[in-house]
Write a protein that binds this ligand. Structure first.
Ligand SMILES: Cc1cc2nc3c(=O)[nH]c(=O)nc-3n(C[C@H](O)[C@H](O)[C@H](O)COP(=O)(O)OP(=O)(O)OC[C@H]3O[C@@H](n4cnc5c(N)ncnc54)[C@H](O)[C@@H]3O)c2cc1C
Length: 303
C-alpha cells in the first residue's frame, strides 16, 4: 500500500478547472482494505483527509493541504450489471459517463443524464447530480455502501435514507465515504436498442453548442434558486458575463460558468463568485447558493 501513497502531490491535475496547491499525501487505494489502511495512516498522524472523485465540482485551495487526498481506484472503478434483477452495481470511483454509456449499450433509455456528467459515481450521488430534462441520480438509486471513517463501520443507505433533494442528499455535508452504489435499471419495457446512445449523443451535441468551448471549468457555479430562473439569467442581468479576476473569467457564453484562462488561482475564482452573489442579492434579493464545493474549507462545516 505504501507504494500507492505519494508525497507533496500537485492537486491541479486532479480537477477539471486545474487549480489547487499540493497535498502532503495523495493515495489511490484499490480496495476497502487499502482505503482503511490509508485512513488509519492519516488518523495516526492526526492528519485531515478528503476524497476526490473526478474533481469536476470542486474549487481546491491554492494553499498546500497538510493532509491526505484520496482517490478511489481499482475495485472502486468496477461496474457490474445483474440484469436478472434489473440492477447495476458500481464502485464509487467509477466514471458516471462510462456507466451511462454501458447502460445505453444494453439498450435501456432513461439514464442518459449519466452519459453526459463528467464525474464519478461517488461525486454524483453525493450531490444528486442530474440534468433538468433527463433526470437525476435519485431516479435510479437503489442503495449504497458507505464507510464511516471515524468508526471504520460499513453502513448501507437505502433510497429513503438518502433524503435526495435538488443537488443534495443526506451525505452532502458528511465526511462519510461512498464505496459502492447499486442502481435500478429502467424497466425492460423502456428497452429500445440504439435510442439511448442517440439521446446521449444529442445531449452532448447540444451542450457543445451551448456551453463554453474553453475546457478548464467546473460546470455550473451556482444552483438554480427554488422557483426562480436559472442562475445564469440573474448573473447576466447584473453584468457578470466576461468579468475577469486575475486568470479567471466569467464565460461570455454562459454567466453561470467560470473559466481558468491560465494561471487562475482559487482566490481569483472566489472573487468572481462573491461578486456575482453580491450583485444578484442587491438587484434581486436572491441568495445564489454555490453548487461548486470549496476544498478543504467547506469540509470544516461538515459533520
Ligand atoms: C463540463 C461539466 C458539465 C457538468 N454538467 C453537470 C450536469 O449536467 N449536472 C450536474 O449535476 N453536474 C454537472 N457537472 C458538475 C459535476 O460533474 C458533478 O457534480 C459530478 O457529480 C461531480 O462528481 P466528481 O466525481 O467530479 O466529484 P468531485 O468534484 O471530485 O467531488 C465533489 C464532492 O464529492 C465528494 N466525493 C467524491 N467522491 C466521493 C465519495 N466516494 N464519497 C464521499 N464523497 C465523495 C468530494 O469530497 C467533494 O466534496 C458538470 C461539470 C462539468 C465540468
Amino acid at each position: 500500500m505504501k507504494s500507492k501513497i505519494k508525497t507533496n502531490y500537485s492537486l491541479k491535475k486532479l480537477n477539471t478547472i486545474r487549480i489547487g496547491g499540493h497535498a502532503l499525501y495523495y493515495a489511490t487505494p484499490s480496495t476497502v482494505f487499502e482505503l482503511k489502511e490509508i485512513l488509519g495512516f492519516s488518523l495516526d498522524r492526526n492528519l485531515k483527509f478528503y476524497i476526490l472523485g473526478n474533481g469536476s465540482n470542486v474549487l481546491i485551495s491554492d494553499k498546500d493541504f497538510n493532509g491526505t487526498v484520496i482517490k478511489l481506484r481499482g475495485r472502486f472503478e468496477e461496474i457490474i450489471f445483474t440484469e436478472d434483477d434489473g440492477t447495476g452495481t458500481c464502485g464509487a470511483g467509477a466514471f458516471l459517463m462510462k456507466l451511462g454509456s454501458k447502460i445505453a449499450e444494453r439498450g435501456y433509455t432513461g439514464c442518459s443524464y449519466m452519459g453526459v456528467i463528467p464525474g464519478t459515481v461517488g461525486g454524483a450521488v453525493r450531490i444528486n447530480a442530474g440534468t433538468l430534462e433527463e433526470g437525476e441520480i435519485k431516479d435510479h438509486f437503489l442503495n449504497a455502501q458507505v464507510l464511516d471513517p471515524q468508526t471504520g463501520e460499513l453502513e448501507i443507505y437505502a433510497a429513503e435514507d438518502m433524503q435526495f433533494e435538488y443537488r443534495k442528499c443526506a451525505l452532502s455535508q458528511s465526511r462519510k465515504i461512498l464505496l459502492q452504489v447499486t442502481f435500478r435499471l429502467p424497466l425492460a419495457k423502456e428497452k429500445y436498442p440504439g435510442e439511448a446512445r442517440e439521446t446521449i449523443n444529442s445531449i452532448l451535441a447540444t451542450r457543445r453548442q451551448k456551453h463554453p468551448k474553453f475546457p478548464l471549468n467546473f460546470g455550473s457555479t451556482f444552483k438554480r434558486p427554488i422557483g426562480g430562473k436559472p442562475p445564469g439569467w440573474y448573473l447576466e442581468q447584473v453584468g457578470m458575463k466576461g468579468m475577469r479576476s486575475g486568470g479567471a473569467m466569467v464565460a461570455e457564453e454562459h454567466a453561470n460558468w467560470i473559466l481558468n484562462m491560465g494561471n487562475a488561482t482559487s482566490q481569483d475564482v472566489k472573487k468572481l463568485i462573491s461578486e456575482g452573489q453580491k450583485r444578484v442579492f442587491e438587484e434581486f434579493g436572491i441568495n445564489l447558493e454555490r453548487e461548486v464545493i470549496y476544498l478543504p474549507e467547506d469540509m470544516e462545516t461538515w459533520y
